[in-house]
Write a protein that binds this ligand. Structure first.
Ligand code: 2PG
Ligand code: MG
Length: 422
């Protein structure tokens, strides 16, 4: 495939920050030209082992330098294109060209390559992985982040005076996960639950004290993590919703490197004490999944917890950063049984697919995830469906940035199940 024209522009993400969008025109042989667009997100609770991003201004400069290596060149496959970008960058953390510039090009290339072959993006990504590993025959479950905490929240300044609440909950994400394989049913239950929860929180805290965090989950003057968990559990029980509870602790955010302790709900805990806290939560709320319960270097603490709560899917995010060396270490240490996949943590689609392949090779599940600062690009929905991920994490079932991914997954679900009732 030859890229005849490629342009990079800056657009605003869900937080109003600038990010990159690629506009690519390409053709294969004498076929007619196709045009695609791709854009990339940005995280806030980023892991230190993620590739580095550049500001749009610096990314434009870098793009000008490499343009001639890309435009007008005939690329035979994704791997060849991505390998060129990796070589042009030449660094380990992609700080030269910027992980964001590399990924926006890599995703744009994937979209264009699929289109020139009349393949859906999900089918194309399926083929990329299928050439390396057998793909699980499953459709991803949505992980809805319905209450936001941690770095994804700005607490209103008057809440300290009014409620004695000056900081967000320590746990970053309180999620509900449908207990059904039917994606359409799961999405519809998730939406209903989200709106019921909003109403319920309004009754408890006053509608004016129910605001939204970065991922469209609710934020209220909660005092403890369990207060939020209790409200979710009670509502599930009251209406018998087919929903399970999941958490992303994003524990690096409340970890103290100096003495390897965790500051949670005003108390300092050792890794052992925190393990017991998770053990209790996992049993009390029958947690289906738990992400990043410890700091991003705590391979052994993850492993200890994994042994204690075998029924909960333990997910690594900042620990592994979609990076093959980090995943390999986590596998050998038996740190968890599932990895969060974020293409922008590693920078190319080829490397993302390789990490997914390594996860499957070792019996791990994958959960494809958005970032807290998102665009309306729905690439990750195709990725989750294409690679048979166990989950698709895209925030609350609300706002166009989060819904873009769930809606695309719904379209793909309905193609496979055209006669479903939802
Ligand atoms: C996470 C992500 C996405 P961020 O920790 O899993 O929810 O957050 O994009 O801020 O790293
Ligand atoms: Mg996370």
């Amino acid at each position: 495939m030859i890229l005849s024209e490629t342009k990079i522009v800056a657009i605003k993400d869900s937080r109003g920050s600038q990010t990159l969008e690629a506009h690519i025109t390409a053709h294969e042989g004498d076929s007619k030209e196709i045009s695609v667009v791709a854009s990339v997100p940005a995280g806030k609770s980023t892991g230190i082992h993620e590739v580095k991003s550049l500001s749009p201004a610096l990314a434009f400069e870098q793009f000008e330098k490499i343009k001639r290596n890309i435009i007008g060149v005939n690329f035979h496959d994704q791997q060849e294109f991505d390998a060129l970008l990796i070589a042009l960058d030449g660094s380990l953390d992609k700080h030269v060209l910027g992980g964001n510039l590399i990924l926006v090009l890599s995703e744009g290339f994937a979209r264009a390559f699929a289109a020139t072959r009349d393949l859906g993006l999900n089918q194309y990504l399926h083929q990329l992985l299928g050439s390396k590993h057998k793909i699980p025959d499953r459709f991803p479950r949505p992980l809805f982040n319905i209450i936001n905490g941690g770095a994804h929240v700005t607490i209103p300044s008057d809440w300290d005076k009014k409620f004695g609440v000056s900081k967000s909950l320590d746990i970053q994400e309180f999620q509900v996960v449908p207990a059904t394989d039917d994606f359409a049913l799961g999405l519809s239950v998730g939406k209903e639950f989200y709106s019921k929860l909003g109403y319920e929180l309004g009754k408890i805290y006053g509608a004016e004290n129910v605001i939204l965090g970065d991922e469209a989950g609710y934020v209220c003057p909660f005092k403890t993590n369990e207060e939020a968990l209790e409200i979710i559990q009670e509502l599930i029980n009251r209406y018998l919703y087919p929903l399970k509870i999941g958490l992303d602790a994003a524990a690096s955010q409340f970890h103290n490197d100096a003495d390897d302790s965790y500051m949670i709900e005003g108390a300092e805990r050792t890794p052992e004490e925190l393990t017991m806290l998770y053990y209790d939560l996992a049993h009390a709320y029958e947690l289906i999944s738990l992400e990043d319960p410890f700091n991003e270097e705590a391979f052994d603490d993850f492993a200890g917890l994994q042994e204690k709560i075998p029924k909960t899917i333990l997910i690594t995010d900042d620990l592994t950063t979609t990076n093959p060396e980090r995943l390999s270490k986590a596998i050998s240490k038996k740190s968890a049984n599932a990895i969060l996949i974020k293409p922008n943590q590693i920078g190319t689609i080829t490397e993302t697919i390789d990490v997914i392949s390594m996860a499957y090779e070792n019996g791990w599940k994958t959960i494809v995830s958005h970032r807290s600062g998102e665009t309306k690009d729905d690439f990750i929905a195709d990725l989750a469906v294409g690679v048979g991920a166990w989950g698709l994490k895209s925030g609350a079932p609300a706002t166009e940035y989060r819904m873009a991914k769930y809606s695309r997954a719904l379209d793909l679900w309905q193609k496979i199940n055209p006669s479903g009732p939802f």
